[in-house]
Every structure is written in structure tokens, then in C-alpha cells.
Design a protein around this ligand. Structure first.
Ligand code: GDP
Length: 443
């Protein structure tokens, strides 16, 4: 996500870092590039203009002159302003003073509303809530069935009354049934339309008045760029949104919507969809996103994901091994299998500081086939080779292993490189975690 924006900004700042002292014209040149990069990323024109003006004011003034490392300082300012642009601190769902909390999911067809309803239910359950999903999208063929299937996959209940009743009637009945069924959150998948029209808005307004939801979340497709922002503007002016969910941020989106929604509508992005799977919904953290865009990585999200996916025992064992430098190739294989659970490996690696903008990432791709190779290679090694490959493995041993595993010396070298990278990354990971536990701050 944001690959080309991130690449361009990082390139700009690299140039800036290369200079010892910064003149006003260096800063202006860098900001011109930032401006172009943002426009190319499809960020709203006015948003870009204000953004650059704010940075300029801070970067060219006293603040910069007084700083010891001017390039770092400019990056810090851009980071702060990007964070503010995307919404300041992180937002949560408004909870009802007395359960159930009612969440109304609204949006146009195809934005990902039904999928997101299920993803949100899944996420809320992980946070200890007991959600009930409500199939009130009565106009899109198959939407009800879709939600029921997703509910089945998640093993979470779905309330439906077919497609003959008004969405508002279905919503009301669902809310009434929730308490009795021991559900403390009701997530209503409302009906969308192909495009914004009066009928849709009137229907949703009516639903809002009758059901009085605690939270109205608009689901928009990030891939549609500025169109997503204008949809958000319209929905917000009619319904008064509480927040926005940007979907398909895993795709080839240029990021413009993510950077403009807050500023144009005044409403925060609360969650982002980053894949088709039901666990691919993440709380949106503006600060972390800004870090990712600027190539500072996103260790916090990675650590949270790891904690969700690895069990505590495994983590503790691995940490002990790393600390005592006993992390071997066998552990590495284990690790590869674990890391796969975090999501596509490129996505995981892009969250690591310093690796995000790294073109060499391509070498680090792990796919199923490579895992099979890795296993074969490691199994063809002697215990001594496995525990200290760097010292023990020479050319003739590598040729023997290649023969034994049906691979090539090149593939063995690549695996060893990945092993070293992983070791480094795990160490970084653990150091970060330690400093977090101590209440330290990232970066
Ligand atoms: P609705 O009409 O708004 O209810 O849209 P759906 O929930 O049916 O989603 C439309 C399509 O978008 C489906 O194929 C979803 O799998 C896909 N989709 C939804 N969210 C995401 C996401 O975050 N990433 C990706 N890649 N696809 C998504």
C-alpha cells in the first residue's frame, strides 16, 4: 500500500539527508517534490496546498535553524503533519452506555460493506465483545446469503429476515433480539446502492432516527481515490458519520483517499481493510501509517499481529534462543512457517523499519515452493551445519547439500541470507518489545 508515494518521499528525504547543512532552497526543493508526490498519490489538491504551507512555515523558520540535524528535523515535521492530516490520535468505536452497542455500516455497493461487517464482528470478538451481525442489505442480490456464509465461517450469529421487509424493520427487530440472545454489539449491514442517490440517503436517515445507532461507519473503497472522499463528504453531510472504514488498502491504491478523508470530512478513518480474508481489518493508527509512508516501519502493528498469531510459549522459547544466540536453521524453518500466518511476507516486511523501502525485499519473498526447498535443504544438513552454518558451511558442503536436497548452491546461499536477515529482524523485534514494555517510545 502507498508503495509509490512512500518510495518517492523516501527518495526525497534521502537526498536531503545527504546534505550537511540545509539552505532554504534545499527545503523548498524537497517540499516541491513532496507536493508532487502527494498530488500524484491522488491527494486532494487543497489538502496538499495547506499541508505544504504548514510544513514550510515550520521548516523554514526558527525551528530548523536551531536544530542539530536539519534533515532529520524536516522529516520529523513531515511525520507530525502527516499524522495530524490523517487524524491525530487513534479512534475507537463509541460504546453504548448500556449494551447493546449498535453499529450501522453504510456505503455503496462493492465498497466492501458486507465483508467489512463480518471482519468488524471478528475483530470485536477478539476484543471481548459478543457481536450479532444483521443482514439488512435487502437490495443487493445475495448480500444476505453472503453475510450468513461469513457468519458461518466465523461461527458468529447472523440475524436475517429475508429480503421482503424494510431494512429499518429488520434492524429494529435485530436490536430487540440482541439483549435476550446475550449479544452486546449489533452490527447492521445496511442496504447500499450503485451510487449515491436520494432514495438511499432518505432510507438511511430514517434508519438512523428510528434505530438510533451509537456508531455510523461508512465503508469506502480506497482504490477509488478522490471519488471515495466525495462519497464520504455526501454521506457525512446527510448522516453525520462517526468514522470511515477504508477498504482494499492492500491493493495498488495510491493512498490519496487515506490522506484526504479526515481533512475533507473532519471524520476519522477508524479501520482499514487490508485483504479479503476475515482477519484483514486493522484499527487505523495515523501515526503508524505516517511512519510506514516515511519508511520508518511499523513495528507496533507487527508486534500486535505477532502476539495475536504466535502463542506465548513459542514466543518465549524463540526469545530465549535468540538471546542465547542459539537460533538455528531448524528454528528458522519453524519461524518461516509462523511468519506466513502473519500475512503475505512482503506486507509483514514492509512494516519493519529500514526494510519498508528496500528494493532488495524481492529477494526475501517467501512462497510455498520455497518453503518446501528450505525444508529439504535444512534436512540435508548435518546437525553441526544446522547449528552454525556460517562457520561450518564451505563450498563442497554446500554442493553436497544441494545434491541431497535437489536444489542448487545458489538456493542454499539465498536461504542462508534469509536466515541472517531473520535473525537480525527477530533481534530488532525483541529489543523493540523490551523497550515498549519499559514504557519506551518507538523511533
Ligand atoms: P458490498 O457490496 O459493499 O457489501 O461489498 P462486498 O463486501 O461484497 O465486497 C466487494 C468485494 O471487495 C468482495 O470481493 C470483497 O472480497 C472485496 N473486499 C472487501 N474488502 C476488501 C479489502 O480490504 N481488500 C481486498 N483486497 N478486497 C476486499
Amino acid at each position: 500500500m502507498f508503495a509509490s508515494l512512500a518510495e518517492r518521499l523516501q527518495e526525497t528525504f534521502k537526498k536531503l539527508r545527504g546534505k550537511g547543512r540545509l539552505t532554504e532552497s534545499d527545503v523548498n526543493e524537497a517540499l516541491r517534490e513532496v507536493r508532487l508526490a502527494l498530488l500524484e498519490a491522488d491527494v486532494n489538491f487543497k489538502v496538499v496546498k495547506d499541508f505544504i504551507a504548514r510544513i514550510k512555515e515550520r521548516a523554514v523558520g526558527q525551528e530548523l535553524l536551531a536544530s542539530l540535524n536539519p534533515a532529520q528535523h524536516v522529516i520529523k515535521i513531515v511525520h507530525e503533519e502527516l499524522t495530524t492530516l490523517m487524524g491525530g490520535s487513534n479512534s475507537r468505536i463509541n460504546l453504548a452506555p448500556k449494551p447493546p452497542t449498535v453499529v450501522m455500516m453504510v456505503g455503496l455497493n462493492g465498497a466492501g460493506k458486507t465483508t467489512t461487517s463480518a471482519k468488524l464482528a471478528n475483530l470485536m470478538r477478539k476484543q471481548g465483545r459478543r457481536p450479532l451481525m444483521v443482514a439488512a442489505d435487502v437490495y443487493r442480490p445475495a448480500a444476505i446469503k453472503q453475510l450468513e456464509v461469513l457468519g458461518g465461517q466465523l461461527n458468529l450469529p447472523v440475524f436475517s429476515m429475508g429480503d421482503q421487509l424494510e431494512p429499518v424493520a429488520i434492524g429494529l427487530a435485530a436490536v430487540e433480539s440482541a439483549a435476550g440472545a446475550g449479544r452486546d454489539m449489533v452490527i447492521i449491514d445496511t442496504a447500499g446502492r450503485q451510487e449515491v442517490n436520494e432514495e438511499l440517503m432518505a432510507e438511511l436517515e430514517n434508519m438512523k432516527e428510528t434505530i438510533k445507532p451509537h456508531e455510523i461507519l461508512l465503508v469506502v473503497d480506497a482504490m477509488t481515490g478522490q471519488a471515495a472522499v466525495s462519497v464520504a463528504e455526501t454521506f457525512n453531510s446527510r448522516l453525520g458519520l462517526d468514522g470511515v472504514v477504508l477498504t482494499k488498502l492492500d491493493g495498488d491504491t495510491r493512498g490519496g483517499a487515506a490522506l484526504s478523508v479526515r481533512s475533507v470530512t473532519g471524520k476519522p478513518i477508524k479501520f482499514v481493510g487490508v485483504g479479503e480474508k476475515l482477519d484483514a481489518l486493522e484499527p487505523f493508527h495515523p501515526e503508524r501509517m505516517a511512519e510506514r509512508i516515511l519508511g520508518m516501519g511499523d513495528m507496533l502493528t507487527l508486534i500486535e499481529k505477532a502476539q495475536e498469531n504466535f502463542n506465548a510459549d513459542q514466543m518465549a522459547k524463540m526469545q530465549k534462543k535468540l538471546r542465547s544466540m542459539e537460533f538455528t536453521l531448524e528454528d528458522f524453518l519453524d519461524q518461516l512457517n509462523q511468519v506466513k500466518k502473519l500475512g503475505p511476507i512482503e506486507q509483514v516486511l514492509s512494516m519493519i523499519p529500514g526494510l519498508g523501502g528496500n528494493k532488495k525485499l524481492k529477494d526475501l519473498k517467501v512462497d510455498e515452493k520455497e518453503l518446501v526447498f528450505a525444508e529439504a535443504i535444512i534436512k540435508s544438513m548435518t546437525p553441526a551445519e544446522r547449528s552454525d552454518p556460517e562457520r561450518v558451511l564451505n563450498g563442497s558442503r554446500k554442493r553436497r547439500i544441494a545434491k541431497g536436497s535437489g536444489t542448487t548452491v545458489q538456493e542454499i546461499n539465498r536461504l542462508l541470507k534469509q536466515f541472517e536477515q531473520t535473525k537480525k529482524m527477530m533481534k530488532q523485534f525483541i529489543d523493540m518489545e523490551k523497550s515498549l514494555k519499559k514504557g519506551g517510545k518507538m523511533l
